[in-house]
Design a binder for this molecule. Structure first.
Ligand SMILES: [Zn+2]
Length: 185
């Protein structure tokens, strides 16, 4: 499973080859260009389907605008093969690895986190960072919604869960619960 192939697809493919892996799913936590920009290139190389939450369809249609905002090339049209719906289970490796989709709107309408219960890991997209949270000032963002997602969904996970954010260092749910200034009080 490749999550958020924003760019540098050659490097992603190099790692896959080095480890003798086969890509079965390309999962996108939200439709920002730095998370989805390389998805079609990876799909062309692997044949794996692309999954995105259905609530980010409008934002996905804004990829040309997103490219203009940050001054990069428009990656072109991205075709979503499957909706990553809240509560759905994504299994790979013949069921050896399985993740639950948690819909966590706020950074974008269709933002998701992926929870791997057996591995005690959360792939958090841009919803939760070490010491911070995702910005909510871009189109589709809502501070109220991200706070609700964080308190009702993300913080309901066990303290020992390792959080791997979309940017910056890893952390744990317990550490963020105790020290993240956005989650205190
Ligand atoms: Zn983002």
């Amino acid at each position: 499973m490749v999550i958020d192939p924003g760019d540098e697809i050659e490097e992603v493919l190099g790692r896959i080859q080095r480890h003798g892996l086969q890509v079965k799913q390309i999962v996108v936590t939200h439709a920002h260009i730095d998370h989805v920009g390389g998805a079609m290139k990876l799909k062309a190389a692997t044949g794996a389907p692309i999954l995105l939450n259905q609530n980010d369809t409008a934002l996905l249609a804004m990829l040309p605008e997103q490219a203009a905002w940050i001054g990069v090339q428009d990656p072109g049209h991205v075709v979503i093969d499957e909706a990553a719906r809240d509560g759905s289970k994504l299994a790979i490796g013949g069921g050896n690895v399985s993740a639950t989709v948690l819909h966590t709107p706020g950074h974008t309408e269709g933002s998701i986190c992926l929870y791997f219960p057996a591995e005690q890991k959360l792939i958090a997209g841009d919803t939760l960072f070490a010491g911070s949270i995702g910005r909510t000032d871009l189109p589709g963002g809502s501070f109220e919604k991200i706070m609700r997602s964080l308190h009702h969904v993300v913080l309901s996970l066990p303290d020992e869960t390792v959080v791997i954010p979309g940017h910056g260092p890893a952390t744990t749910i317990g550490r963020e619960r105790k020290t993240n200034p956005f989650l205190l009080g």
